[in-house]
Design a protein around this ligand. Sequence first.
Ligand code: ADE
Length: 225
Amino acid sequence: MTLFPEIFHSYMNESIMKKAVEKNIIEVNIYNIRDFSTNKHKKVDDYPFGGGAGMVMTPQPIYDTYKYIIETHNIKNPRVVYLTPKGKVHNQSIAQNFSQLDDVIFLCGHYEGIDQRIIDLIVTDEISIGDYVLTGGELPALILIDSISRLIPGVLGQNESFEEESFKDNLLEYPHYTRPREFMNLEVPSVLLSGNHKNIDKWRYKESIKITKERRPDLYKKACK
Ligand code: ADE
């Protein structure tokens, strides 16, 4: 549910997301909240009660969009994610949990926000993508859609597997190298050329530990548990 459907059409029409849709592994339906406004000028916002800066999205168009979605797609226990800096900060384990669900509805706010009654009535999850403020919920929703979709079996090819990547076991990923063996006087670590897979695994694990300890002591603590 968005006021800017084009942002989604554009992102979903490229690369891995496009293939996932073509392979019928995921389906993304985009609904323009403005289409559901009963106002003769298709208005979707109004001044805040109590005064103050900015506009607030009115409840009617959002509620009617929601009703239409759950009826059209026959969704029984809808999970409705509202993207907001006030929400729980997104992470890999949240993405994993959502990747198990059949349906997820994302609600993108704009202006100063949405009428609180919409949150009280239909929102089940409030999620933030980090401690900074954006102009709208579209980029955060796409970040969720992307991070969730890539965990669904079949979305990534064998060459793009998520078996070994950052945040697996709370570790950051080891460094990668490809051809050429030497670039600007910098050589590829020799263990990677050795063909000894036990040593390669050991080296990668050590590098993962090292970089996690340096950059993310918070994750490192969890990894040691
Ligand atoms: N909308 C505006 N800023 C946001 C953020 N950081 N996370 C999620 N939704 C937002």
